[in-house]
Ligand binder design. Structure first.
Ligand code: SAM
Ligand code: SF4
Length: 465
């Protein structure tokens, strides 16, 4: 019997790519492959790429340079190494990747992953294969789901893609071009997937989509479910203790989604709500379809449903035409909301997007300076939020062993990593932890006397305001 073939997958970018990478691994496992952590002993290397910023694209090309050497070394040993570029760079650049990097055997867009095994076979016979179609059949109907063993190995927290693509066309963003139009998976398929995950030991599920708050999936009776209704259905699945969703658009928050935060104890009190800028002028130029005031009103509506909610966000600095005064509006917004954390990016002109053609592109040095100043404001707010948690008793979902013997790492409801001395058998449990210390961006704690067991948690305690 010949040794099983091995696949090595490297994922870049968002959680959706992590989900897609797992599905490709599951598909190839069904085809007889095992997974390997290194490219050197792989038969297939997949780079699942991200096109959101220029840096992300350049990272892929430099990785392809390294893989060229690995492919040549394998050839010297008489082995064939197939190289696959998947994801949004594949979708956006197509054959150009093969022209620029040479070593590639398969180029496959995010909507065609279910065709990977046949494309690999064809590439072996015929050479380079490119599939960047938006096929009529849904990849979700054909993609394999992980065997229980693989699910357990991936941990007790899992992502489930419920929605893909975007119709919003923010002027800076490539997603509507690389991922295509909005598409929502049917409710029954999502519930079946989550039930399997829960049966395999998963305790926390994050429903993901480029624009998850635009979810409109067909329900069992044919009527469309909104995200709020879907969250209710998923929360009823036995074995899950925590539920999250990301990423939502501030313009899409409907009453049902807001009420879900009031009505579902399993829905964690932490909302990622990207704002991009605090300036109305910049928001309009970005085509975000809300203002600073309406964004803040959305936050207030969420808080009135559940007062212990905390927020994170995404910001872009240096969008074309952004003045120092516009930028200061972003800094003021960070301080006004008091985010528990946020991501911030320098604007990156993406070919084919409307903003790339705008006049008044901002010099790199100005972008760099604004990024540093915004990050300082974000860090200050994050540190203040963490400091408020000191002394609180928080429910912590224990995820994996920590760096020290006898230590476990878990997550608070607010996604903070929490280190605690606890027995390994408690992985998967939600433990009440008293926060005793802070280090960088994580919390230290001790097990509080009263600790729950897997299953549904009551109302979490909050970091006192
Ligand atoms: N759908 C989400 C939303 O509406 O906020 C965002 C999804 S996008 C994959 C993640 C983040 O990347 C965005 O929120 C934005 O901050 C950032 N981003 C997207 N395009 C960018 C660009 N051209 N330059 C810099 N950052 C960008
Ligand atoms: Fe991109 Fe998000 Fe805007 Fe859609 S809503 S275009 S994914 S930034």
């Amino acid at each position: 019997m010949s040794a099983p073939r091995k696949v090595h997958i490297k994922s870049y970018g968002c959680q959706m790519n992590v989900y897609d990478s797992d599905r490709m691994a599951d598909l190839l496992t069904q085809d007889g492959y095992g997974e390997t952590a290194t490219a050197a002993d792989a038969d297939v290397v997949i780079l699942n790429t991200c096109h959101i910023r220029d840096k992300a694209v350049e990272k892929v090309y430099s990785e392809l340079g390294r893989i060229r050497a690995v492919k040549h070394a394998a050839a010297r040993e008489g082995r064939r190494l197939a190289v696959v570029v998947a994801g949004c760079v594949a979708q956006a650049e197509g054959e150009e990747i093969a022209r620029r990097a040479g070593v590639v055997d398969v180029i496959i867009g995010p909507q065609s992953y279910h065709r990977l095994p046949s494309l690999l076979a064809r590439a072996e016979r015929e050479g380079l294969q490119v599939d960047t179609e938006f096929p009529l059949e849904s990849k979700f109907d054909a993609l394999a789901r992980g065997a229980q063993q693989a699910v357990r190995r991936r941990g007790i927290s899992a992502f489930v893609t419920v929605q893909e693509g975007c119709d919003k066309f923010c002027t800076f963003c490539v997603v509507p071009y690389t991922r295509g139009a909005e598409m929502s998976r049917p409710v029954a398929a999502i519930l079946a997937e989550v039930k399997e995950l829960a049966a395999a030991g998963v305790r926390e599920v994050t429903l993901i989509g480029q624009n998850v708050s635009a979810y409109r999936g067909a329900g069992p009776d044919g009527a469309a479910f909104t995200l709020g209704r879907l969250l209710h259905a998923v929360a009823a699945i036995t074995g899950l203790s925590r539920l999250r969703y990301t990423t939502s658009h501030p313009g899409d928050l409907d009453a049902a989604l807001i009420a879900a935060h009031r009505d579902l104890p399993a829905l964690m009190p932490f909302v990622h709500l990207p704002v991009q800028s605090g300036s109305d002028r910049v928001l309009a130029a970005m085509n975000r379809r809300y203002t600073n005031a309406t964004y803040r009103r959305a936050i207030e509506r969420l808080l009135s449903a559940r007062s212990d909610l905390a927020f994170s966000s995404d910001f872009i600095v240096g969008f074309p035409g952004e003045t120092e005064a516009d930028f200061q509006e972003s800094v003021r917004l960070v301080d006004a909301i008091g985010y528990a954390g946020a991501f911030s990016f320098k604007y990156s002109a993406r070919p084919g997007t409307p903003a790339a053609a705008l006049p008044d592109q901002i010099p790199e040095a100005v972008k760099r300076d604004r990024l540093l100043r915004l990050q300082a404001a974000i860090d200050r707010n994050q540190a203040a939020f963490n400091a408020k948690c000191l002394g609180a008793r928080l429910p912590v979902l224990l995820e994996k062993p920590g760096r020290h013997a006898g230590q476990l790492v878990g997550r608070s409801p607010y996604m903070q990593p929490v280190h605690v001395m606890a027995d390994g058998s408690m992985i998967g449990e939600t433990a009440m932890v008293t926060v005793t210390g802070l280090s960088a961006n994580s919390l230290e704690g001790t097990l509080a006397p009263e600790t729950s067991h897997p299953g549904r948690m009551g109302e979490p305690e909050t970091c006192p305001g």
